[in-house]
Each structure stands twice: as structure tokens, then as C-alpha cells.
Design a protein around this ligand. Structure first.
Ligand SMILES: C[S@@+](CC[C@H](N)C(=O)[O-])C[C@H]1O[C@@H](n2cnc3c(N)ncnc32)[C@H](O)[C@@H]1O
Ligand SMILES: O=C(O)C(=O)C[C@]1(C(=O)O)C=C[C@@H](O)C=C1
Length: 244
């Protein structure tokens, strides 16, 4: 994992909390922010690497959609045994892409990596053996999620795999409050104050909209995935694999 500065973005009171964006300030502290905010993040990154060793096939494309600083891309590049494939990392944040390119170049690897600045909704997905959406779909407009998942399903070769990790919500209020509280306790145990947790929550309110596990399942089935199974959940964070 890249050396990173401590996330202090929400440590002082903001007179007005602005909507969260993946700007330079966030990109600068991102490894620290995500590992202190998402339970199991390192396990998920390691597992994406393991899955790439198993599923990536010769002469195919691998996509890391919403690649941020390239953590999943690097885990896959370390693990892929297949020949003549390439990893395409895509992110629409200029600040992330700029740092991701430097980060990727700092490590050696056999599989070529291309990092593109683009909206993942606009790119072609073809000849793919593996696609990763690691905490990215939650930032896409809800009405546009089915089209993106269907495009991924169409671009995957038979037997290809999508890894989808998301923060989820629960339709049952008691369960939702419990998992939200446990997540906030997790963040406080990782050094975030009550104020930081509250301000970050407000900042994310309009930009990160979570679905239930059932909605994810329905969307993936509708897209034509044949085998769908969650492999990880901690509080309101989960990861699943969907195989075509
Ligand atoms: C929570 S981060 C993803 C973390 C990353 N996948 C990892 O494993 O470390 C979400 C990323 O998705 C990117 N993103 C959000 N919407 C996007 C879009 N429409 N097109 C491309 N990237 C997008 C953001 O810029 C951000 O870098
Ligand atoms: O809920 C939170 O506190 C989060 O920070 C979650 C989350 C995410 O799930 O992607 C949101 C934004 C940041 O990119 C890092 C983590």
C-alpha cells in the first residue's frame, strides 16, 4: 500500500459541509481514508488479487472501474498468471488518475496497465475476463446503474467474473440502524472523532446512494449473470462475485 498522509479533512468544524468529491485533497489522503473507513478493505483488495489469478485468461482484458489510486489494479497485476492480457484502470477524477499513474509506474509487473481518465459509463468493455467495481457503483446515478451492469455483463467472456463491492443499506430500520452504528464505532476505533464521522456522513449524503443487497442481486440477474454470491460482509459493507 502506498505511503499516505493522515485524513484530517473533516477534523475541524465546517460552517457548511460541501458535497464529497474525489478532488486533490481526498486523493492525497485516500489510502488512509479508505482503510480507516471501510471494514475489510485490505482483505477485499487481497481477494481481488486471488480471484484474478483464478479467472483472468490469456489474451483478455481486465477492467478496474473507479480505480482511484490503483490498489485493485496492483493486486491483480501481482497475481495474474495469464499471458498477453492487459489491465485497464478507469477513473473520472483527474487528481486520482494523475497520482494513480505515478503509483503504478513505481512498481514492476509483467501485465501491461493502462490508466484512463474517463466516465466508466462511456467506455467500451470488450473481451473481458474480469471486471472490478470496488466501491464505485454507489457513486453512479441510481437510474443509470442497470445500464452499466448490463454493459459489463455483455463485455465479459463466458465464465468471466465481476467483483462488486459496495456499502449497502437495509430495508429493515432496526437492522439499518444497528449496522450504521457498528460502522460508526469502527470509524471511531480507527481514530475518527464524532465530528469527523458526522461531517463526512453529511458530505456523502447527496453523492453516495446505497442499494439493498436484494436490489444488487436483481440488477445482476437482469443483466444475465448466472452465478451470484456474496463472499464478504462486515457491517454495511459487502463484496460479491457475479460470474457469466
Ligand atoms: C471509493 S473510490 C474506489 C476505490 C478503489 N476502487 C479502490 O479499490 O481503492 C470511488 C472512485 O470512483 C470514481 N468514480 C466515481 N464515479 C465515476 C464515474 N462515473 N466514472 C469513473 N470513475 C468514477 C471516483 O473518482 C473514485 O476514485
Ligand atoms: O461511509 C464512509 O464513511 C465512507 O467513507 C465510505 C467510503 C466508501 O464506501 O467508498 C466513501 C468515500 C470514500 O471514498 C471512502 C469510503
Amino acid at each position: 500500500m502506498q505511503k499516505s498522509t493522515t485524513d484530517l479533512i473533516y477534523s475541524n468544524p465546517h460552517s457548511q459541509v460541501k458535497d464529497f468529491t474525489f478532488d486533490a485533497q481526498v486523493a492525497e489522503v485516500f489510502p488512509d481514508m479508505i482503510s480507516r473507513s471501510v471494514p475489510g478493505y485490505n482483505t477485499i483488495i487481497d481477494t481481488i488479487g486471488r480471484l484474478s489469478q483464478r479467472y483472468v485468461t490469456d489474451k483478455s482484458n481486465v477492467y478496474d472501474l473507479g480505480c482511484s489510486l490503483g490498489a485493485a489494479t496492483l493486486a491483480m497485476r501481482r497475481a495474474i498468471d495469464a499471458e498477453n492480457c492487459q489491465i485497464i484502470g478507469v477513473d473520472n477524477s483527474g487528481a486520482m488518475v494523475e497520482r494513480c499513474k505515478i503509483h503504478i509506474q513505481a512498481f514492476k509487473g509483467r501485465t501491461p496497465v493502462e490508466i484512463r481518465q474517463a466516465n466508466i459509463q462511456d467506455i467500451d468493455i470488450k473481451n473481458a475476463s474480469m471486471v472490478v467495481l470496488n466501491f464505485t457503483l454507489q457513486f453512479i446515478d441510481k437510474a443509470e446503474r442497470q445500464a452499466l451492469i448490463s454493459k459489463i455483463a455483455q463485455g465479459l467472456n463466458p465464465g468471466g467474473i465481476l467483483v462488486l463491492s459496495e456499502k449497502i443499506t437495509q430495508s429493515d430500520e432496526v437492522s439499518r440502524e444497528l449496522l450504521t452504528d457498528l460502522h460508526h464505532e469502527f470509524k471511531k476505533a480507527n481514530g475518527y472523532s464524532e465530528l469527523e464521522v458526522a461531517q463526512k456522513r453529511t458530505a456523502l449524503e447527496n453523492v453516495m446512494r446505497t442499494d439493498t443487497l436484494e436490489t444488487h442481486h436483481q440488477r445482476l440477474s437482469q443483466a444475465g449473470f448466472n452465478h451470484i454470491t456474496p463472499w464478504f460482509q462486515c457491517f454495511n459493507f459487502f463484496s460479491l462475485v457475479a460470474i457469466k
